[in-house]
Design a protein around this ligand. Structure first.
Ligand SMILES: [Cu+2]
Length: 156
C-alpha cells in the first residue's frame, strides 16, 4: 500500500502542471450569427466560425432563448437535403478554422422561447468535449440570409 501513495501524488502533480497549458489554448470564436425567425417558430439556426487550439469536439450549448441547443449537420438523403443531429458533435482540430454555415453544420436552437428579430443579439454558451465552455454573443440577421449580418462590434 505504501507504494501506491507516491504514484498517486505524482499523477496529481502531472495533472496540475498540464492544466494551465490546456487553458491557454482556448477556442477562437468568430462572427456568431443567427437567422431571424418567423413568429411562433420552434427552431432557429446559429452559425459561427471556430478555431480550436487542440483536438476537440463541439458537442452542444445552452442559451436563454431556447430550451435546447443541438449540433446539426446537413446531409443528402435520396436527393433531398435534410438536417440531422451530429452524433458525437462537430470534430475540431488544432489551429484549423471550421465554419458552421448555411447548408452545412450549424447549432440548432430547439424549443424557442421567443421570436428572433433582426438586429437583436443573445448570449449562447458553447459546450466542448474538452475545452471549458465559451459564452458568445449571437447577432440576429435577416430571415433566410446566407451571410452574417454586419455588426457594429466588428467595425474599427
Ligand atoms: Cu438544424
Amino acid at each position: 500500500m505504501r507504494l501506491i501513495v507516491p504514484v498517486a501524488v505524482l499523477l496529481l502533480a502531472a495533472v496540475s502542471l498540464a492544466a494551465p497549458a490546456a487553458r491557454a489554448q482556448s477556442v477562437m470564436v468568430q462572427q456568431p450569427w443567427a437567422r431571424a425567425t418567423a413568429p411562433h417558430a420552434v427552431t432557429a439556426a446559429v452559425y459561427v466560425t471556430l478555431t480550436a487550439g487542440m483536438v476537440d469536439r463541439l458537442i452542444g450549448g445552452r442559451t436563454p432563448v431556447a430550451a435546447r441547443v443541438q449540433v446539426h449537420e446537413t446531409v443528402e438523403d435520396g436527393g433531398v437535403m435534410r438536417m440531422v443531429e451530429a452524433v458525437g458533435g462537430l470534430p475540431l482540430s488544432s489551429g484549423r478554422k471550421v465554419a458552421l454555415a448555411p447548408g452545412g453544420y450549424h447549432l440548432m436552437l430547439v424549443g424557442m422561447h421567443h421570436q428572433l428579430m433582426p438586429g437583436e443579439s443573445f448570449p449562447l454558451t458553447l459546450h466542448f468535449a474538452y475545452e471549458p465552455p465559451v459564452t458568445i454573443t449571437v447577432l440576429v440577421g435577416a430571415a433566410g440570409a446566407s451571410i452574417p449580418p454586419v455588426s457594429i462590434m466588428h467595425m474599427p
